[in-house]
Design a protein around this ligand. Structure first.
Ligand code: GLV
Length: 325
């Protein structure tokens, strides 16, 4: 009977799918991120046929070796897979998969939750009201900015970036400008989106800049001190992709000195740590990497990771195989 190791508790739907196939499913008893030594210890000598891992697990050659020669697949419960050494996996002929598609809508919704919350100063207003400072309606109290009709700059027009652009156009009558390594003229025609040949041109014009690129060597610190200075002083930055794409220390300086008006972040450069000074900024909203965290979506992600494992163990190509570019 195939044996599967899951590095942390995940939604039942995924576990049940694996169990329904008759697989033995072992879940780490610790509901926390395992240290590398703990993952090694959990895998060594256990002959697992598959591992379901998380974006918080760093999957390198040592971990893949510890899983053993019979292990066919590491299924990552995330659309991002920058936590996995793809070259090491390829060398060992272990398939790596992710969970794209099922979380697109939810992450796009969270992006809007952040955009609206920062522009309408929702969290600041909540702190103000709870703090007992509300003394009645006032014409100048906590003035924010509209999203409707504004220019939304999308950096990375993949699945999630496109969905954010769609909502911006359809729901908020916004103008969408975007940069991506691949131009999408069909999308431009359908939604009136405008392609910019480089990130800088997006930054110069956008009222909201929303980041949707994967973490690669070429995107690390894509948003740095110089690029913040290219943004309008009235603009907001939203990041629901990966933390290291933003130079967080430089962002703190930009927020404190008014280089940009505000930011909303779901991801951080050194999670779960936050850059010094970030929490003191009133003009930033921070959520703990929960953009895909709805009951519906996390269950769908767990099921998709299970589908990938089932395919690999049944000798078929897993539907969401990722490869080193
Ligand atoms: C979450 O960050 C994911 O990559 O799914």
């Amino acid at each position: 009977m195939p044996k599967i190791f899951i590095t942390r508790r995940i939604p039942e739907a995924g576990i049940q799918k694996l169990q329904a196939k008759g697989y033995e499913v072992v879940i780490s008893p610790e509901d926390r991120v395992l240290r590398k030594e703990e993952v090694l210890e959990a895998l060594q000598g256990q002959n697992y046929d598959a591992v379901l891992c998380l974006l918080t697990d760093k999957i390198d050659g040592d971990i893949l070796d510890a899983a053993g020669k019979q292990c066919k697949i590491f299924a990552n419960l995330a659309v991002g897979f920058d936590n996995v050494d793809l070259k090491a996996a390829e060398e060992r002929r272990i398939a790596i998969t992710n969970t794209p598609g099922v979380l697109t809508n939810t992450v796009a919704e969270h992006t809007f939750a952040l955009m609206l919350a920062i522009a309408h100063r929702v969290c600041e207003a909540d702190r103000f009201t709870r703090g007992g400072h509300y003394e009645g309606w006032a014409p100048m109290l906590l003035l924010g900015n509209d999203l409707s009709g504004k220019t939304i700059g999308i950096v990375g027009l993949g699945r999630i970036g496109s969905r954010v652009a769609y909502h911006a156009v359809k729901g908020f009558d916004a103008k969408v400008i975007y940069y991506d390594v691949a131009r999408n003229e069909e999308f431009e025609k359908e939604y009136g989106a405008i392609y910019k040949a480089n990130v800088e041109d997006v930054l110069h014009e956008a009222d909201f800049v929303s980041i949707h690129v994967p973490l690669l060597d070429s995107t690390r610190h894509l948003m740095n001190a110089e690029r913040f200075r290219m943004m309008k002083p009235t603009a907001y930055l939203v990041n629901t992709s990966r933390g290291p794409i933003v130079d967080e220390a430089a962002l703190v300086k930009a927020l404190k000195s008014g280089v940009i008006r505000g930011a909303a972040l779901d991801v951080f450069e050194n999670e779960p740590a936050l850059a010094s000074g970030l929490v003191e900024c009133e003009n930033v909203i921070l959520t703990p990497h929960i953009a895909s965290a709805t009951e519906e979506t996390r269950s769908a992600m767990a099921e998709l990771a299970a589908d990938n494992i089932i395919a690999a163990l049944e000798g078929q190509a897993p539907p969401n195989l990722v490869k080193k570019k």
